[in-house]
Design a protein around this ligand. Structure first.
Ligand SMILES: [Zn+2]
Length: 417
């Protein structure tokens, strides 16, 4: 009897252990978190033990699923809610409230299944580390080292800028960045022509030899209708021409982002109402209803309303006696008297008023007279001066020389592959 009881007790004692091992969590067990150095706590623990430590912690990697939060993950791993409450009170642990599906967390558990530490790389450059201390937990932000390399792309535009840029291997963000750099000089929505070309020198971020993100465009050249535009990134974070003039100007060439315009080539501008090519007080941008319309420059809204000809309209007055007008909107998102910033959405493209099809009718007036905003010489851009200018010029020359080399580099690459 005593023997049977003893055996039963032993089995019971062994049971929870078995169960813990058998608990199925999707996370695979690895003995080592990726490129993590043993932390202070681990090292002290190792120094104290004379015998070599035999994997003191169990590492579990958790992939965040949709609908997950830390509470659910703690439950899945069989961790104590009380520990989560302690961690929750740490200000530095805030990123844990914004888990996104697909992200990975690395947990280190003691042999008893208690949380020892957790590691959460929540962005490309930032990770969070939480460690158990005697009196609770500490959380700290860790900067992740990324390797920055330079690369080139170039393209000739045959049917579309977007197509040529993607073919050249540029990402969506890079294409938008490139268009933004030259958006004060070139109307990407309508002024591109077959035969236009571009080349770009840019940074890429690598982690363990794997490309994880695109970095800044360092220098770029765009040839539009035979005219060459060049821009170089300065240390102040802005782009300048090689002579040190700011690329940023008081007006954008187009109040519509080119990505909404199905064809960026528009050699014969047909008026959407009459279907005839004719001189016309403004420029028409044909794009889907709902396309955001931007203020081409900063200023204040002097009119925002509706009538049977203009439909929904917004007029903006800018410094220096300039007025811009935006007609046929499906919706206005600003009111009379309001101040607006360059690039701010002021309404959505529509087909209200006297029109046959959806489009934006855009007008540009200087001292009350209609002008063509795409050929107009706009107010002078800011220019670097003094030491800043001389330093920038040296830097610009180096970057442009690299840009010049891009052709050779890309040709070499083509031959290699
Ligand atoms: Zn029009």
């Amino acid at each position: 009897m005593v023997l049977i009881l003893t055996i039963l007790v032993m089995m019971l004692a062994a049971w929870p252990g078995e169960q813990a091992v058998a608990t199925r969590v999707d996370e695979h067990v690895a003995n080592q978190a990726r490129d993590e150095q043993p932390d202070e706590h681990d090292r002290l623990a190792m120094e104290r033990t004379a015998t070599p430590p035999k994997a003191p912690y169990v590492t579990k990697q958790v992939k965040v699923r949709s609908g997950d939060n830390m509470g659910i993950i703690f439950q899945r791993l069989g961790l104590r809610t009380a520990d989560l409450h302690l961690i929750d009170q740490l200000k530095a642990a805030d990123p844990l409230r914004m888990l996104r599906p697909g992200q990975e967390l690395t947990f280190k558990l003691t042999q008893e299944g208690e949380l020892h530490s957790l590691y959460y790389p929540h962005s490309l450059e930032q990770a969070l580390k939480v460690n158990r201390r005697e009196d609770g937990f500490v959380a700290k932000a860790v900067r992740l080292e990324l390797d920055t390399r330079e690369n080139w792309a170039q393209g000739n535009i045959r049917s579309s800028f977007w197509g040529a840029a993607s073919e050249a291997g540029m990402t969506e963000d890079q294409i938008m960045d490139l268009a933004a750099i030259f958006g004060w000089d070139i109307d990407f929505a309508q002024d591109l022509q077959p035969g236009d070309s571009f080349r770009v020198l840019f940074e890429e971020k690598f982690q363990d030899d794997e490309r994880v993100a695109s970095g800044d465009i360092l220098a770029a050249e765009f040839v539009n209708q035979g005219e060459i535009y060049r821009a170089v990134l300065s240390e102040d974070g802005n782009y300048y021409t090689p002579a040190g003039k700011a690329m940023r100007k008081s007006f954008l060439r187009a109040p519509v982002n080119f990505k909404y315009i199905s064809s960026n080539f528009n050699p014969r501008r047909l008026h959407p109402v009459t279907g005839k090519v004719r001189p016309h007080n403004g420029i028409d941008y044909v794009a889907p209803v709902g396309t955001p319309i931007m203020a081409s420059g900063s200023g204040s809204v002097v009119a925002a309303g509706y009538n049977q000809f203009n439909g929904n309209y917004v007029f903006i007055k800018h410094a220096g006696n300039y007025v811009t007008k935006y007609l046929h909107l499906s919706k206005r998102t600003v009111n009379k008297g309001q101040r607006v910033k360059q690039g701010q959405t002021i309404g959505l493209l529509g087909s209200t008023g006297r029109v046959t099809g959806a489009h934006l009718h855009y007008e540009f007036l200087v001292a009350g007279v209609h002008k063509n905003p795409r050929t107009l010489t706009l107010p002078q851009a800011e220019t670097l001066s003094g030491r800043e200018l001389s330093q920038f010029k040296v830097q610009a020359q180096q970057q442009l020389a690299k840009l010049e080399r891009s052709e050779t580099q890309l040709a070499l690459r083509r031959n290699e592959s």
